[in-house]
Design a binder for this molecule. Structure first.
Ligand SMILES: [Zn+2]
Length: 366
């Protein structure tokens, strides 16, 4: 199988109110957002029905609609606040499908679920959760669209964690996503050990957030430190540190050097290039000067976080930036901007290699 460019860090969300709200119902009179050339014709109708049903399980805390960062994101996507309030899930999904269709450089994108913030007993805490994206939603999307792969999310402290992991693996999930500071657990909590052992056994990579987090509340910023991933790495799990420990804002600690240090110890540790926003965009330039680090980078956009080539003024010629800014698909624009920065092609194809076992690097022996 030839290696193809893959974006392994894409988010979706669906609306929710004070009590899970079914924003898909409000949108059901309209043509399905995902009726597109990406659909597999033979199963299209059943697959679209599955997507609609699974999307109805999403939850979105109304407080996020008021957050400045979220408003910027809506503006960049051309989604009005009214549309966000009434049909956020369908609107975001339509933009995503459009962005994937308009990205000829990408073979596929991994769309990420997000499990609930949970309490010590592993029970959901909607009051602590900013957004919840069910695994069944991304699995249904992957069944409906040629260019979508499912990245599922399983909180390691839930009672059925191993069972859910195996269910998702059987359904075709390609990786597990954690966002510990939003999901209320330490990545190195000893109680997560059985789950990590199962992940290692399945050979399924873990994409775990590191560095500053701005899209959700931080329940504990200490959990954004990549050194917390030693537990997963020691268990033999292939780990992709989302954002490679980079920060977005000056007042946040920068964990990139910690991630670089870990790379020396663990050959099965990677970091993704998400996202080209704020300081993080400039930090990516730092990585380019270290070939050893570039060998561990994996392409990810963090869509729908807005990506702009203008962050690289002074590094990329203005004429080229202008041309990049005109690329309509934000996913294609993000990828081409990173190519313009000089990231080697291996960064874009490495995700494909990690997710498909024949290409998967051997685990470090402990
Ligand atoms: Zn992200």
């Amino acid at each position: 199988m030839s290696l193809q460019a893959l974006d392994l860090h894409i988010h979706l969300a669906g609306a929710g109110g004070p009590g899970p709200r079914r924003d898909e119902k409000a949108a059901s009179d309209e043509p399905p957002a995902e009726a597109s050339v990406l659909s597999k014709p033979s199963q299209a109708q059943a697959a679209q029905a599955d997507v609609q049903e699974a999307a109805a399980g999403c939850w979105f805390h109304p407080r996020r609609l008021r957050a400045p960062g979220f408003r910027v994101m809506l503006w960049s996507l051309g989604i009005s606040r009214r549309e966000a309030r009434t049909r956020l899930g369908a609107a975001l999904r339509a933009r995503l499908v459009q962005a994937l269709e308009g990205a000829p450089s990408l073979s596929a994108g991994v769309v990420l679920a997000l499990d609930w913030a949970r309490d010590e007993a592993g029970e959901p805490r909607p009051d602590l959760t900013d957004f919840y994206v069910p695994n069944d939603y991304v699995l249904a999307l992957a069944g409906a669209h040629e260019k979508v792969r499912a990245g599922v999310s399983v909180h390691p402290l839930r009672a059925d964690a191993a069972e859910e992991l195996h269910r998702c693996a059987r359904a075709g999930a390609v990786l597990v996503k954690w966002l510990p500071t939003a999901q209320n657990f330490a990545p190195d909590d000893p109680r997560a050990a059985p789950f990590l052992a199962e992940l290692a056994r399945l050979g399924m990579p873990l994409l775990c957030h590191t560095g500053s987090e701005g899209a959700t509340r931080n329940l504990n910023k200490a959990w954004n430190d990549p050194r917390r991933l030693r537990a997963a790495l020691d268990a033999g799990v292939t780990v992709i540190a989302a954002h490679a420990g980079m920060r977005s804002f000056f007042h946040e600690p920068d964990h990139m050097d910690a991630w670089v240090g870990l790379c020396a110890d663990y050959p099965h540790l990677y970091g993704d290039t998400a996202s080209l926003f704020g300081l993080r965009a400039r930090h990516l330039i730092r990585a380019l000067d270290r070939p050893y680090v570039v060998d561990r980078l994996v392409h990810g956009s963090d869509w729908p976080v807005p990506a702009s080539p203008w962050w690289f003024l002074g590094r990329v010629p203005v004429r080229r930036i202008r041309a990049l800014a005109r690329v309509e698909s934000p996913l294609e624009r993000d990828l081409r901007t990173k190519r313009a920065l000089g990231l080697p092609e291996a960064v874009f194809t490495r995700g494909h290699a990690l997710l498909y076992s024949a290409q998967r690097p051997s685990r470090a022996s402990s």
